[in-house]
Design a protein around this ligand. Sequence first.
Ligand code: NIG
Ligand code: FE
Length: 394
Amino acid sequence: MSTLLVDNIGELVTNGIGADSLGIRRKAAVLVEEGQVAWVGPSAYAPVADRRIDVGGAAVLPGFVDSHAHLVFAGDRAAEFAARMAGEPYTGGGIRTTVGATRAATDGELRANVRRLCGEALRQGTTTMEIKSGYGLSVADEARSLRIAAESSSETTFLGAHVVPAEYADRPDDYVGLVCGPMLAAAAPHAKWIDVFCERGAFDIDHARAILACGQAVGLGVRLHANQLGPGPGVQLGVELGAASVDHCTHLSDADVDALAGTAHSDGFGTRTVATLLPGADFSTRSPYPDARRLLDAGVTVALATDCNPGSSYTSSMPFCIALAVREMRMTPAEAVWAATAGGARALRRDDVGVLTPGARADLVVLDAPSYLHLAYRPGVPLIRQVIRNGVPQ
Ligand code: NIG
Ligand code: FE
C-alpha cells in the first residue's frame, strides 16, 4: 500500500471545518493513501510517505466538480455563435442541428469527443464531471449516448427531454410518451439522473413533471434546466420534486428564491436543492447573469458548472466560470471557489469529492499561484500546474 505526501502547500483549501468557509490551512501537507485523503495537517508534522511532491508554497484545492455538461455530441455551432454575437438571440433551436450531427456520428466519433472534452477539463482542474445525453433523442441514440458517457463518468444524466425532435414536432405528447416509455427503459441502466429542459419552446411544466416522475419511479435522481431563457415554473417544479439541483436560474422571482430557501437542511448547512449557475452559457448567449448574491443571502446552496455544450456554452473551463461569477454575479472569490468544488459535489449529492478531508477522494489541484484568489484575479491564465485524481498524478 504506497503513500504519497503532497507537501509544502502554502495555502490549502479543504472545504472542511476551518476558520473560514473554505477551511483554509497554511503551510500544510496532505497524505494520500489508496486514492483517498488519509491525513491533512501542518507540513512540520507530516508523516513519512513512499513518495513526496513538494509544491513549493503553491496553493492547493480540491479538484473542480463540474455538475452540468453535455459532452456527447458531434460537430460544432461556431457559425451560430458568430450570428449571436452579431445580434441574433439564443432560443435553443440550434439543438436540433447538433441532434442531426450526433445521430450521423459513429460510436467511435462520439467516444472520442467525450474523451477529448474530459481531457480538456481535467487539464483545467476538473476531476468530477457530470455528462448528459440529449443530442440523440431517439431510443437507440439516447441509449448509446449514455453508454458512452458512462465510460467516462459515473455521473450520467438522461436528457431525452432536451427538445422535441423534428419528427415529433406536431405531436409532442407522443414524444413525451416515448421518453417515459421505451427511451427511459433503454437509458436507465446507464444513467444516475434524469433532467428536462423546462422552458418555453422545449417542455412545459406538465410534460416536465410527468417525465421527471417517470424517472424517479425507476430510481433516477432529479435535476432540471430551469429559468434559463425567461421566468417560468421550472425552479418551483424542481423544489416540488426534491431535485438535487435546478440549473441556470438566470431569471428568478422572489417566490423562486423563497422556494429554494425553503429546502434548507435542518442542520443549517445550505439547501437540499442546489441552484447551479452556468455563467458560461450567459456569456456565450449574451444573456444577463444570474444574481448569485440574492441566492446566497437567502441561504441557498449555489454551485457553479460549465454547461459545456456546442451551442450555448462551449467551454470546459471551471476557472473561467469562477472568474465570471466573481466579476458578474456578485460572488466573492471564496464563494465562487466553494461553489465550483463543494457546491458541485452537493449538486450531485456527493460528500466524497469537492473536499480535502480524511476519507475524501484524493482529487487535488496544484495552482501556479500562492492563493485560490488568483483564479478570479488572473482570468484566462493557465494556472493549473498539476492535477492529482484518485491519488494519481495526471
Ligand atoms: O444548457 N438549454 C438547454 N440546453 C443547453 C444548450 C444546448 C444547446 O444549445 O445545444 C444549455 O444551455
Ligand atoms: Fe445545459
